[in-house]
Design a protein around this ligand. Structure first.
Ligand SMILES: NC(=O)c1ccc[n+]([C@@H]2O[C@H](COP(=O)([O-])OP(=O)(O)OC[C@H]3O[C@@H](n4cnc5c(N)ncnc54)[C@H](OP(=O)(O)O)[C@@H]3O)[C@@H](O)[C@H]2O)c1
Length: 340
C-alpha cells in the first residue's frame, strides 16, 4: 500500500518579536508504519491559540519550548485511522496535542476521545475542549463570581473571553467586556448579553471602566495583561479576585512588559491575583463540559468559530490572531470531518 503523505509545518526560526509566516517551514514526508502501542490520527481541525506563540520562545513556559525543526505543537481533533493501541480503535474521534500536520502518530499520551455530544465537531474547540475548560474553571474556581458583583473580562469577544462573560451573566454578575473593535463590542452586548463593552483601541480603558463600573470591580478575568491589567487594578473592590489567564499583549513583544503601576492597590483591597493553566483541570473536565452543554442546550451560551480552510494557511492565520482579526475561536480545517 502506498504510504500516506504527511504535510507539516515545522518551526524554522524563533520570532524575536511579532510572529511571522517565515518562522515556519513546510515539509512533506511519508507517514511511517505504526509501532506497537501507537495510533495514527488524521487531523480534521487544528486549534490556533495565542499560546502557540509562547511555545515558540527558547525559554520553556508551562510546556517545553518547541525545538527548531520540530513539528509545530498544536491542539488538534481528528479520527483514528489505524491503531496498535489497546484503548483506541479506527473511527474513534480524538483530540489532543497532535501538531500542525495532516497525520499524527501518538502513543495515546494526552489524547482523549471526544465525547459524542450532539453538537458540531468544531464546538469541541469553540465551546468545550481547552477553551471551555479555561473559561469555566478560571471564572468559577478562581474568579468565584457572586450574584450582583461586577465582572470585567478582556479579549472579551475572543474564544475564552466570550464564554467567560456569558458564564458571568448566568452566575448573576454585571459583566463588562473589553475588546478591540466596535463590531466585537456590539456582538458581546447585543448577542451575548454583556451589560457594557469598552473598545480599547478607540478610547481610554480607564475612562470606560469609570463609566461602566461605577461600583468598582469584584472579578477580573485577565486575558491580555499589560496596560489593561493596570487600568483594572485601579478600580478593584475589597477582596477582588483576578484570574490571570493570559497575557496576549506581551506574547509578541519579545520581552516582558514592565509591571503594573497600580499593583499596590491589591494590598489596599486585600485582592487575590491567581494564575492558572487549564491542563491542571483536565481531571475535572466532565464537570465543565456538563455545565457548558447544559447552558448551550438551553440557549444561554453561544460560541463563534472562525474557520480557515487549509493547513497551508495556518501560519498566516496565527499572525491574524495577534491583530485581533479573528472573529471567535480560530480553527484551521485540515481535512474533512470524520463521519459520526
Ligand atoms: N491559562 C490557560 O490555561 C489558557 C488557556 C487558553 C487560553 N489562554 C489565554 O487566554 C487568552 C485568550 O485566548 P483565546 O484562545 O480565547 O484567543 P482569542 O481571544 O480568541 O484571540 C486572541 C485575541 O486577543 C486580542 N489581542 C491580540 N493581541 C493583543 C494585544 N497586543 N493586546 C490586547 N489584546 C490583544 C485580540 O482581540 P481584540 O480584537 O479584542 O484585541 C485577539 O482576537 C490568551 O491570553 C491565551 O493565552 C490561557
Amino acid at each position: 500500500m502506498k504510504a500516506r503523505k504527511n504535510r507539516q509545518w515545522r518551526l524554522a526560526a524563533r520570532p524575536s518579536g511579532e510572529v511571522a509566516v517565515s518562522d515556519f517551514q513546510w515539509v512533506e514526508e511519508p507517514v511511517r508504519p505504526l509501532a506497537g502501542g501507537e495510533l495514527l490520527v488524521r487531523n480534521a481541525y487544528l486549534s490556533l491559540d495565542p499560546t502557540n506563540r509562547v511555545w515558540m520562545n527558547a525559554a520553556p513556559s508551562y510546556l517545553p519550548a518547541v525545538e527548531i525543526g520540530e513539528i509545530m505543537r498544536g491542539f488538534a481533533l481528528g479520527v483514528v485511522e489505524e491503531s496498535r493501541h489497546d484503548d483506541f480503535a479506527p473511527g474513534d474521534i480524538v483530540q489532543g496535542i497532535l501538531g500542525w500536520q495532516d497525520y499524527a502518530i501518538s502513543t495515546g499520551h494526552a489524547v482523549s476521545k471526544v465525547l459524542r455530544l450532539s453538537v458540531p465537531l468544531d464546538a469541541h474547540f469553540g465551546l468545550f475542549g481547552h477553551i471551555g475548560l479555561t473559561a469555566y474553571f478560571g471564572l468559577i474556581d478562581i474568579g468565584k463570581p457572586v450574584p450582583g458583583e461586577t465582572l470585567v473580562v478582556s479579549a472579551a469577544a475572543g474564544a475564552v473571553g466570550s464564554l467567560v462573560g456569558q458564564i458571568g451573566k448566568i452566575k448573576g454578575c454585571r459583566v463588562v467586556g473589553i475588546a478591540g473593535s466596535d463590531e466585537k463590542c456590539s456582538w458581546i452586548t447585543g448577542e451575548l448579553g454583556f451589560d457594557a463593552a469598552i473598545n480599547y483601541r478607540k478610547g481610554s480603558v480607564i475612562r470606560g471602566l469609570m463609566r461602566h463600573c461605577p461600583g468598582g470591580i469584584d472579578v477580573y478575568f485577565d486575558n491580555v495583561g499589560g496596560e489593561t491589567l493596570d487600568a483594572v487594578l485601579r478600580f478593584i473592590n475589597l477582596k477582588a479576585r483576578i484570574a490571570l489567564c493570559g497575557m496576549v499583549a506581551q506574547y509578541n513583544t519579545g520581552k516582558p512588559l514592565s509591571g503594573p503601576s497600580y499593583l499596590a492597590n491589591a494590598i489596599n483591597q486585600r485582592a487575590r491575583l491567581e494564575g492558572f493553566i487549564v491542563m491542571d483541570y483536565y481531571d475535572r473536565a466532565e464537570e465543565a463540559i456538563d455545565a457548558l452543554a447544559g447552558w448551550y442546550a438551553e440557549g444561554r451560551i453561544k460560541y463563534r468559530v472562525d474557520i480557515v480552510d487549509g493547513l497551508e494557511h495556518a501560519p498566516e492565520a496565527l499572525v491574524r490572531l495577534f491583530h485581533g482579526q479573528n472573529q471567535g475561536k480560530l480553527i484551521v480545517k485540515i481535512s474533512e470531518e470524520p463521519a459520526r
